[in-house]
Design a protein around this ligand. Sequence first.
Ligand SMILES: [Cu+2]
Length: 476
Amino acid sequence: MSLGTLARSALLSGIAGAFAVSGCSGSEDPGGAVATSAAAISAMADVVFTNPLRLPSVLSGSTAYNLTIESGTAQMKPGNATPVVGFNGTFPGPTIVATRGQTITVTQKNAWSENVSIHNHGHKVAASSDGHPVDYITPGASKVYTYTNDQPAGTFWYHDHTMDVTGSHVYHGLAGFYIIHDPAEDSLGLPSGDYDVPLLLQDKSFDTNNGLTFTDNGPFFGDTPVVNGTANPVLDVANRKYRFRLLNGSNVRPWSLSLTAGTAASFQVIGSDGGLLTAPVSVTSLSMYPAERYDIVVDFSKYPVGTTLSLSNADTTAPAIKTLMQFRVSGTETDTSTVPSALATITRLEEADAKAKANITLSTAGGVWELDGLTYDPSRIDLTSTTGAVTIWTLTNNSPLTHPFHKHLTEFNILDVNGQAPSAAQNGLKDTVQVPANGTARIIFKNETFTGTYVFHCHLLDHEDNRMMLQEGVTQ
Ligand SMILES: [Cu+2]
């Protein structure tokens, strides 16, 4: 499989590859008369990415899928293919497309050498299909996961969740998108089909043979941007609107994203973790911690053909990654898509509705990351809740590090962060919330239907693997 096989640029054949993007040594004066030309904008790019973005394969149209977890390879960069452990031996895993209200099953066969457990992140699901950390699929065994898709359209992802080794398993390839559509969203006229593109944003490091390098004796930060399993990628786009489904699939690296074409460009946020926002929000930057998703719409009609835009990262965590990928405006197309001013109805739960409350602390002691002063014990229930009860959790972070807190089973609303109302982009359905260093976040949710044991945890995978995780017992 070549890099080009799955590349979006194939859709723009005859155009892709025709552009030699200007380098930084161009003679244009950014402050001069040619500053707004495509060449001048492209000349400001600090790097030039040349690997065509790969797109995951897609599984849709059925109610029963079979995936095999096995070793394979992915053409992440030119030269040797990179060994991975993936769904069907591929990376990213196939994008599973589901329709709201239609139950599907995914049978995962473990043809690998280690225990695995597969969690569908953000999905409202029976405990038996939630990918509990010790609900192992042992080597040679299979497990059927049932997904009822009883929730709004949105961008979710399935990934390994095996106790103590999730970080290594996800890093080496066990992650894929899971997308739910529903008629309400379909009727909006948003960019769709070829113009609806998932972007799995990760950082990885490579050895000289293109093999992945990884250490799990602390937080691991790769030195190379990898999007959809493509290092330093570029996507050729037409001068029209695109929907991008952004997922921070890094083990621990936060992204502080902006879109730059010389200067910061605005774009619209239309969805968060659990589905569409009530209305689009125009922004110039987005903060994304691991596991968070944002659906955005970028209108490339604002840029001349030939312009290169960079998806940039202002977070300076070393080794710094300043640019994740680039978009090259390579062709002209008509655009009939729209971004309506009203996207979805979200029934926000009000603080006054809450019948139950809990306080959870995030802390560190002796080098161990803890929730409520505890680490994960799969035989212990740490907190109980009941179906149907509107519940507020106050998350208090007594540590000098921001943690992305993820609750299984239920999407929630953020009530406030450090006492402040969430931003418009954060005011939709969420399942992962940034709890700021030495700060607090309050979330409100209503557990429905399912009972059983669900985990909640930090989604920095080295913290999760060091058991910064507890269990919620949900009863009727
Ligand atoms: Cu953490």
